[in-house]
Write a protein that binds this ligand. Structure first.
Ligand SMILES: Cc1cc2nc3c(=O)[nH]c(=O)nc-3n(C[C@H](O)[C@H](O)[C@H](O)COP(=O)(O)OP(=O)(O)OC[C@H]3O[C@@H](n4cnc5c(N)ncnc54)[C@H](O)[C@@H]3O)c2cc1C
Length: 406
């Protein structure tokens, strides 16, 4: 008998049915653990397939233990990007400093993982696809909790009832909107916008990133490997979120082109490539901060509940840890007690990681000439320092063992 006496004997009791919206990092990790704890899991993903490749993401601290417990560490070590150098340039393109990336990210060389987003979601999906039902190219249309479960209608037309539903549908979560209303209430804009896209690597870059800065503007090229593609990031300070621009891809291109019109270095070529890019992604830099992560039989996980912004580099790690903690909290509890335990045991970890950045103060993107000079002086000092031991926030949670591993 467990603490609450609720551990299900799957030989005699029908498996409880749960639906996860989103097959990203949080959704697939949650599917893995809920399946492990005896739930019958369905995942609905609005995209037609999983995308491979993609921008690089980090797995650090506590999250490394999550992927180790999932048995994914060897596969992810093979996919490790091994970024060797991060070079900072002045407005005229001259070098300010060249540092090992961990000095900036607060990570630990040789221990942390940096992989392409698609390599991580691919590994997570491969670990669950035989045991979990995936519905691609579909999404939740309505949620109704007035009965004994959650009645769901799908965009594709079908209707089903689940014991619980989870929103793992990212920063702009629709599940969150169904439960709690418009995103604006929870979105904490951090004062920057960014555009990211890929372009041909005509720069001779390999396993390295180069960042050009002037006050309030940054342009970075990130070469993940030796292949002929680089990721371009164009980031700029913008005091208020430009809501109209978020909804209009043409306006996004125009805005970025205007902000970087007189920029030096390789920026004119990057802006030209942005106009032709078919994978342009533009957004504001922001966090999601919510007083509660669940309502009734529906709970949120990952960016949907607590996006920390890419400035922290911790979004993926929070998604992995959050999924582990949420599923574990439901291993031997009903939804109300499980959701309460999930929040109680995970919130502090989320908060210390979100608090690593404040509005307009991102180290990589100083907004004034004075702050940029201070940043550059700091980089010069850091370039002579040995590797870091890792930021305490990254490991601020010791994972409980929810059930014996099989
Ligand atoms: C440009 C960029 C750079 C980043 N760099 C880093 C970094 O260096 N380090 C780091 O740790 N993190 C980084 N992040 C953040 C990181 O990608 C996220 O924090 C992390 O992926 C969170 O995972 P998630 O599963 O919660 O959300 P997501 O990865 O956003 O996944 C959400 C999933 O839900 C699906 N979905 C959305 N809406 C619906 C719907 N209505 N119905 C069904 N499915 C839906 C989406 O298609 C997607 O598959 C970066 C993000 C961006 C955009």
């Amino acid at each position: 008998m467990t603490r609450t006496g609720l551990l299900r004997d799957t030989r005699t009791t029908p498996r409880r049915k749960v639906l996860i919206s989103g097959a990203g990092v949080a959704g697939s990790a949650l599917a893995f653990w809920l399946n492990r704890y005896g739930y019958a899991v369905t995942v609905v993903e609005k995209a037609g397939t999983l995308r491979d490749g993609g921008y690089p993401i980090d797995v650090r601290g506590t999250a490394l233990e999550v992927v180790r417990r999932m048995g994914l560490l060897p596969r992810l070590r093979d996919a490790h990007i091994d970024l060797r150098r991060l070079t900072f340039l002045d407005g005229d393109g001259s070098e300010v400093a060249s540092v090992t990336p961990h000095i900036i990210t607060g990570g630990v060389a040789g221990r942390d993982l940096e992989v392409r987003r698609g390599d991580l979601t691919g590994a997570l999906h491969a670990a669950v696809r035989d045991d979990v039902e995936f519905l691609f190219n579909d999404s939740i249309d309505t949620l109704d909790q007035s009965g004994h479960g959650v009645d769901v209608t799908f965009r594709g037309g079908s209707r089903r009832t689940f014991d619980m539903v989870f929103g793992a549908d990212g920063l702009h979560s629709r599940t969150r909107e169904f439960l709690f209303g418009p995103e604006e209430q929870f979105h904490r804009y951090l004062g920057y916008c960014f555009a990211v896209f890929t372009l041909r690597n005509t720069f001779g870059l390999s396993h390295e990133a180069v960042m050009w800065n002037t006050p309030g503007r940054a342009a970075a090229l990130y070469a993940v490997g030796d292949d002929d593609e680089v990721h371009a990031f164009l980031t700029f300070a913008h005091p208020k979120p430009p809501f109209a621009v978020f909804r209009n891809p043409e306006a996004q291109r125009d805005q970025v082109a205007a902000v970087f019109a007189d920029a030096g270095w390789e920026v004119p070529g990057m802006v030209a490539a942005m106009h032709d890019a078919d994978d342009l992604f533009f957004d504001g830099v922001g966090q999601i901060r919510m007083p509660r992560w669940s309502s009734g039989r529906v709970a949120l996980v990952g960016d949907a509940a607590y996006a920390p912004s890419f400035l922290t580099g911790q979004g993926t790690s929070l998604a992995l840890v959050g999924a582990y903690m949420l599923a574990g909290s439901l291993a031997d509890r009903e939804h109300a007690a499980g959701f309460a335990a999930y929040e109680h045991n995970t919130r502090e970890f989320v908060t210390v990681n979100q608090e690593q950045v404040g509005e307009g103060d991102a180290t990589l993107f100083p907004t004034t000439a004075r702050a940029l000079k201070q940043r550059n002086d700091m980089l010069l000092k850091l370039s002579t320092m040995p590797s870091t031991e890792g930021r305490p926030a990254h490991s601020a949670l010791t994972l409980p063992e929810f059930m014996p591993m099989t």
